[in-house]
Every structure is written in C-alpha cells, then in structure tokens.
Write a protein that binds this ligand. Structure first.
Ligand code: COA
Ligand code: AMP
Length: 635
C-alpha cells in the first residue's frame, strides 16, 4: 500500500536521516555520501557530507545517459519577441557545455562567483547550468533591479565574471541592460574581470571596454566542458533577497541537499513524473524561477516552460491559458497577483474558456498571500485543484503545501496547507510559548531544517545566525506571522518585519528609504506596505522635510518617485509620498513602523507603550484619512 501524507510526514520527523537517505537515492551520485546528517564544530548542520555529484549532470546528462536525450527539456515561449523554441536534453547539453567551456577559458574556476543579469531567455538557464557544471557559484540578479541594487550584489559576491544581455523586454518596452551594468560596475568597488554580453536583435549594446566580450564570439572559440564532481556541501548558488536593512541577504545553497530537495518536491508536492510539462510563470531572478523553472523540473526529467511575457497585455488575459493549451502544461505555478490581474480583465473567464485546458492537473499559487476570492474564482473556472502553498527564498522549496504527489488533502481556502515532510512548524507568542489553534503568533521551524534550505549567508555567518536562529534557539525564524487550526492547517497572516511583498516581489523598505533619504530635501522618512487590491501590497513613503524647502509637495513626490525608480528599480512601484511633520517614534528614537502599518491598513494598533508623543499617531491617522482613504474612495 502506498503511504499517505500523515505517515510519510511523521516518518520524516521521527527519523530524518533514514527518511532523507531514502530520498537521496532518487538522484545519481558520483560517490554516495558518508553521512546523511552531520554537524560542523560551530553546530551548523550539513546534509550528505562526503557525497559527490554535479547538479548540471543531474539536470541534463543523466537523462541523456538513460536514452531520453531527444525529449524536450525547455520550451521557450516569448510573446514579447514572437518566438517559440524547443530544446531537447541533447541540445541543452550542447549549449551548456560550450558555455561552461567558455567560462573556463575566461578564467572562471570552481568556487568563483558569476553574476547573471539576464532576462527570461534560454541563455539564462544555460548560464546557470554552465556555472553548476564547472563548480562556479552563480548569482542571478532580477532584471527589474536598477544599477545601485546590482552594484550592492556585485560588491558582496565579488564575481569574476558577469553575464548579461543587451536588453530585457517589458511588454512592448525595451530596457537596455548594458548601461545599467556599466553604471553598476562604475559604482562598485569590486572589479569584474569579464563581462559577456548576449546581443539581442532589439538593441545592440556597446562593447567598449577591454573586459567586454561578445557572447557568440566566446562560445564560438570554446571547447565543451564536462561535469566536475563536486562535494554535496559545495555551494551551487547565491540568491540575494530582501532583509530588514538596505543590504540584501546572500542566501547560499549547496549542491547535494538542493538536488535531493528539488527532486523530492517535484515528485511529492507537484506530482510530476519524467516527461510531464511543468510551468512556473515567474522570473528566473526569483527563487521560484531558480527552483521551479530551472532546477527541479530538469532534475526530475520534466519539460520546463520558460515564458517571456506577462499574464495580461501579451497580448491579453488569455495568455497563460494559450500557453497551457499549446504546450500541454500539466501543472502551473504562479503568484496570486498574476491571477488578480487576469481576473480584472477577464472577470467572466471568457478568455480562459476559449482554450483546451484538459492537460492541467493542478494549479499552484505562492509568493504572497492569496485572498479567498481569487482562489475561489480560479478553482471555479479551472475545475482543477488550486493549491496555495508557502515558502521563501531561504527555504528554496515549499514548507507548507498540499503534497499532491502523496495524497491530495481537502483544500481549505485561505490556508497555505499543512507542513511539508521535513518541516516541523510551530506558532509561538512573544514569550516563545506555543499558541493554541486559531491564535496568531510567530511562525518557527524546528532545526535542523531539511535538505535544500539555506546553508549560510554569503560571507556573513554572523548575520545568518542573528537573523534566523538567535531569537528562538533551536528554531528557524521565518519572519512570517501565522496561526494554525485544529486540523493542522496553517494560515499565513503576513510578515512581522519590514519586508514587503509587492506583486509577489519581496522588497526591503530599508532599500527604498535609502533612495528617498538621498534627496537633500528629506530630513527623515519611513516606507511601509499598504494593502492593494491588485499587487497585494504597495509601498508608500512618509517623509519629513528639511526646513526651508523650496519644492512643493507634488514636485517633491515626483522627484522621490523618480529617485526610487532610478536607484532601486521600477519594480518598487512607489507611487505615493506623504509629507508629514513628524514620524511616530519610541522614546529611544526608533520609528514605530508597526503602528504606521496598522493605521494604514485599518488594523488594531500594536502596544505602543514606549511612544514618545501619542499625538503623532493621531496626526498620521488624519493624514492617511485625507491623502489615502479619501483618494481611494474618490477613485
Ligand atoms: N525588468 C524591468 N522592469 C521590470 C521587470 C523586469 N524584469 N519586472 C517588472 N518591471 C517593471 C514593470 O515594467 C513596471 O514598470 P512601469 O511602472 O513602468 O509599468 C514596474 O516594474 C512594476 O512591475 P509590476 O509590479 O510587475 O507591475 P505591472 O503593472 O507591470 O504588472 C502584473 C502587473 C500583475 C502583470 C505583474 O506584477 C505580474 O506578472 N506579477 C506576477 C509576479 C510574479 O510572478 N512574481 C514571482 C513570484 S512567484
Ligand atoms: P520570497 O522569499 O521572495 O519567496 O518571499 C517569501 C515571503 O512571501 C514569505 O516570507 C511570505 O511573507 C510571502 N509568501 C510566500 N508564499 C506565501 C503564501 N502562500 N501565503 C502568504 N504569504 C506568502
């Protein structure tokens, strides 16, 4: 008899070593691990120590070795360039091994970092797998980030090479990348040896520095590289994510634990078999893209869809359903914002109904909270299970879900499901005591975290320890608030820190504040997220100006919105700046962001016993009434 969710989950917690030893047999090791779970002197856990493998081999070569080289690995569907192209596993190997050879010829060695500032094109996947092939550590930077954010990542990762393209395409707007890269490198103190540029035909980038190389030229001269055997504990990639300061966190992932978790999740959560078609409609710059556009589907031997387009406007709100029909997609994963955007333009799902969606077995949502109305609209119209599930850049794969490959549990709208195998979750109050059902608290995961989760922060073990483990010893602090019900389902209520989630994009308010504060008229500022019907949250800035300011508030708002766009990137979606005389602060001078968030979102005020001047909160409330709520009501 096959095992159901309850018994498999219990087995994963009762004896993690036996459980993950079993799961690790689903990937091909060059040499088997000596240990399944071991600990460093500092007490950090390690998975599969002593094992050697290569992630590029697992994602490509092993399928060819099993006679599946002619099967489709990638379907590239790009409505913005009117291109569709399929790559078989054999073709993927050809592309990846030559690019890996080219990187090697440029002096990139095992352990060197390579930054990829690339749009949603097959070459981005080739580049990730090429780095994995030779043991270089890639760090993909999302194309929506501007030069200053790219510079921060360059200075932190200190890459040997940077790979980019001449442009990205946003619906019908072409965004030249090379000027952004040049500016970032100018701002950075670290010097990159080589910049490799893929010329797309929409824009020709200037290759004017001795460090610049044309992608096609370096490939033309290269010799294909074979897969280098790597330690399971060797790093595969760094992915930067937003924390509570302006300095992004370099989440570090290993090779062995990651490969095991990717294969396991594809099989047990997404119910995908080799040959099935999986589509994660996200961006390769985010963790969803890393795990479920690239690594997991390919390691499992599936076909992955790489879509360079939007849910709406490319050309309409039927775009996703056209892709599902045309490529026989078996499971689709996207962010709720994408569904809300489609629903707004196609409320009766008339466009959806034009397509044959019979290939679709399950639909998955994550990246932000999914409101019940959106989930119900989608499941009613699609007629397949719509599964909300929850995870983070740090975990790399789902922590709460409905493990459809094991047993489809009843779906409870509003809940992100039950804990996934390997994750023991707990909701606690401010004193660390476990909350009873239906009472909100802080969501924790018991250590050791399962394979595939972050192993460190790049070159910052102190921050790693402080951010995630110091608050509740023995537990990982997720940064999310949640509650559970009597049946063990969890409900995520939102971040408990200053991270915001805009259209499924995780952003740090501190980074936006940094950009705003650089304006000479600004004395101080606070950025908070407010609820938004389409994007889940959008940022607003509260600004205290310096005395003697000459610009009017409208003019200043325009200046600050433009500054954030230029310094951080358009993806911040900052549209509103409210000028105030004071910010609410504690007696020690800390801005009370939690109180600002509560007022802006019509929630109960947190305890603000230490507030310096309680009248400031009334002033802010009146300001929001005037500038935000009334403006919304008029609209
Ligand atoms: N490169 C450059 N600019 C980018 C970008 C990228 N990769 N991604 C977004 N931007 C820009 C957009 O063009 C937009 O610019 P604009 O203000 O000039 O119009 C701005 O950043 C804000 O983008 P976004 O928040 O995505 O809003 P939008 O109005 O362009 O699109 C949706 C709305 C719903 C279509 C879009 O947010 C979406 O597809 N969301 C799903 C997100 C997702 O998949 N997240 C991954 C997590 S699973
Ligand atoms: P990221 O690291 O960019 O993937 O963002 C992770 C954050 O997004 C989480 O900490 C949550 O705050 C939020 N998030 C992701 N998935 C969900 C979900 N299913 N429901 C609610 N919030 C989610």
């Amino acid at each position: 008899m096959t095992q159901g969710y309850d018994s498999l989950y219990a087995a994963s917690l009762d004896d993690p070593e036996t459980f993950w030893k079993e799961q690790s047999k689903h990937i091909d090791w060059f040499t088997s691990p000596d240990e399944i779970l071991s600990y460093s002197q500092e007490g950090n856990w390690k998975w599969f120590e002593g094992g050697t493998l290569n992630t590029s081999y697992l994602a490509i070569d092993r399928h060819i070795d099993r006679g599946r080289g002619g099967e489709t690995a990638i379907i590239y569907d790009s409505p913005v360039t009117d291109t569709k192209r399929r790559y078989s596993y054999r073709e993927l190997k050809y592309e990846v091994s030559r690019l890996a050879g080219a990187l090697r010829a440029l002096g990139v060695k095992r352990g060197d970092r390579v930054i990829l500032y690339l749009p949603m094109i097959p070459e981005t996947i080739f580049a990730m797998l090429a780095c994995a092939r030779i043991g270089a550590i890639h760090s993909v930077v999302f194309g929506g980030f501007a030069a200053h954010e790219l510079q921060k990542r360059i200075d932190d990762a200190k890459p040997k090479a940077l790979l980019t393209a001449s442009c990205g395409i946003e619906v019908n707007r072409v965004i030249p990348y090379k000027p952004i890269v040049d500016r970032a490198l100018e701002l950075a103190s670290h010097e990159v040896d080589s910049v490799v540029v893929l010329q797309r035909h929409q824009v020709k980038a200037d290759l004017n520095q001795s460090r610049d190389h044309d992608w096609q030229h370096v490939i033309a001269k290269s010799m294909p590289a074979e897969c280098l055997p790597l330690q399971a504990t060797d790093p595969l990639y760094i992915i930067y994510t937003s924390g509570t300061t302006g300095k992004p966190k370099g989440v570090l992932r290993d090779n062995g634990g990651h490969a095991v978790a990717m294969e396991f999740s594809m099989r047990t959560i997404y119910d995908m078999s080799p040959g099935d078609v999986f589509w994660a409609a996200s961006d390769v710059g985010w963790v969803v893209g890393h795990s479920y556009i690239v690594y997991a589907p390919l390691i499992r031997g599936c076909t992955t869809v790489l879509y360079e387009g939007k849910p709406v406007k490319t050309p309409d709100a039927g775009a996703f359903w056209r892709v599902v029909e045309e490529h026989h997609v078996n499971a689709l994963f996207t962010a709720p914002t994408a569904i809300r955007a489609m629903r707004k333009e196609d409320p009766e799902a008339a466009l959806m109904k034009r397509y044959d969606l019979s290939s679709l077995r399950n639909m998955f949502l994550a990246g932000e909270r999914c409101d019940v109305s959106t989930l119900e609209w989608l499941s009613c119209n699609l007629g397949v299970p719509v599964i909300d599930h929850w995870w983070q850049t740090e975990s790399g794969w789902p922590m709460l879900a409905n493990m459809t490959g094991i047993e489809l549990l009843p779906i409870k709208p509003g809940s992100a499901g039950k804990p996934v195998c390997g994750y023991e979750m707990k909701v606690v109050d401010e004193y660390g005591a476990e909350c009873p059902p239906k009472v909100e608290g802080t969501l924790l995961v018991r250590c050791p975290l399962p394979p595939g989760t972050l192993i460190d922060l790049w070159q910052d073990s102190e921050r790693f320890q402080k951010s995630y483990f110091d608050s509740y010893p023995g537990y990982y602090l997720t940064g999310d608030g949640a509650y559970r019900d009597e049946n063990g389902y969890f409900y995520i209520v939102g971040r408990i820190d200053d991270v915001i989630n805009v259209a499924g994009h995780r952003l740090s308010t501190a980074s936006l504040e940094e950009a705003i504060s650089s304006n000479p008229s600004v004395a101080e500022c606070a950025v908070i997220g407010i609820d938004d019907a389409l994007k889940g949250q959008v940022p607003i800035a509260l600004v205290v100006t310096k005395t003697g300011l000459t610009a009017g508030p409208d003019e200043l708002e325009k200046e600050l919105v433009a500054k954030v766009r230029e310094a951080f990137g358009a993806v911040a979606s900052l549209k509103h700046v409210l000028i105030t005389e004071h910010l609410p602060k504690t007696r020690s001078g800390k801005v009370l962001r939690s109180a600002l968030r509560a007022i802006a979102n019509g929630k109960e005020l947190p305890s603000v016993a230490t507030i310096d001047d309680p009248h400031v909160l009334d002033e802010i409330r009146a300001l929001f009434e005037r500038e935000l709520f009334e403006a919304k009501a008029v609209k």
